[in-house]
Design a binder for this molecule. Sequence first.
Ligand SMILES: NC(=O)c1ccc[n+]([C@@H]2O[C@H](COP(=O)([O-])OP(=O)(O)OC[C@H]3O[C@@H](n4cnc5c(N)ncnc54)[C@H](OP(=O)(O)O)[C@@H]3O)[C@@H](O)[C@H]2O)c1
Length: 290
Amino acid sequence: MASLTINSKLRMNSGYEIPVLGYGVYQTPADVCEAVVSHAFKTGYRHVDSAAAYRNEAPCGAAIAKSGIPREQIFFTSKIPPKKLGYENTKAQVDTTLKVTGLEYIDLMLIHAPYGGREARKGAWKALVEAQEAGKIRSLGVSNYGVQHLDEMEVYMKELEEERGKGKAGVISINQLELHPWLARSDVDQWCSKRGIILEAYCPIVRGQRLEEKALQPLTTKYGKTAAQVLLRWSLQKGFVPLPKSVTPSRIDENADVFDFELTEEEMKSLETTDYAPCAWDPTKASLEE
Ligand SMILES: NC(=O)c1ccc[n+]([C@@H]2O[C@H](COP(=O)([O-])OP(=O)(O)OC[C@H]3O[C@@H](n4cnc5c(N)ncnc54)[C@H](OP(=O)(O)O)[C@@H]3O)[C@@H](O)[C@H]2O)c1
């Protein structure tokens, strides 16, 4: 674990690798996005998490183009907007994302949320599988999928394999969820671990709302690190891929400076709670009809 660095990667079910630390751009205004993503690249991040719904894919693409970093060293994620799933919308969104970012391929495309009903989810997945075969996307995944949505996907992927042929139903590489010590989602974690699906952690620093929590204090003192850094380390050591967001250059740096200490097993446990306390929306609880 101590050997984790900002350049460490995890191998996904797709066969491609994903950098263990991502840089999130939710609520990053489009007019500052290029500058902050460029700063993140200078700091050493190589993984940017955007979404069509964030309205900042274009400045992310501009920062990637201007970075001078070889394209294959950068990992770019986008997402099909919630409530706009379905086959045709998804197909169109993939092309729009490629167009606005100027990228030749998207590293990872996620279904942003399971809303929209069964047919919409199925259609979206089929369109993503086809886009992957066409070389437009490298890896596929979902976001905010609870166990009921994942079970449904598994059945659907079997059906799709019968329809399209063996190995032609795609593989889920990632499930992106709100994850932190107050929302560890052991049910989804177990479901995904069994199948090699990597969990990405959004809101890994709980939007700064719990930095004063008592359990963090002994660790910030012992390691001389901030509460945000301890939370990011917890996430990394859980095997998650945390996606901290900041538009503040000093915090962008701080959130990447988490590779020179390691929490012990007891310290990891000391942070764990049985709470279920989301700080963002929670589509994982949506019914299959929603
Ligand atoms: N798939 C989904 O549905 C979904 C939902 C939410 C988020 N996400 C992804 O996950 C990323 C992260 O989630 P998030 O942005 O909601 O939450 P977050 O990363 O936990 O927190 C971001 C907030 O914390 C502040 N902050 C950042 N670093 C800090 C530090 N070191 N100390 C104190 N405060 C700090 C930021 O302020 P400043 O920016 O002002 O510095 C911002 O207000 C998003 O950007 C997005 O890419 C995905």
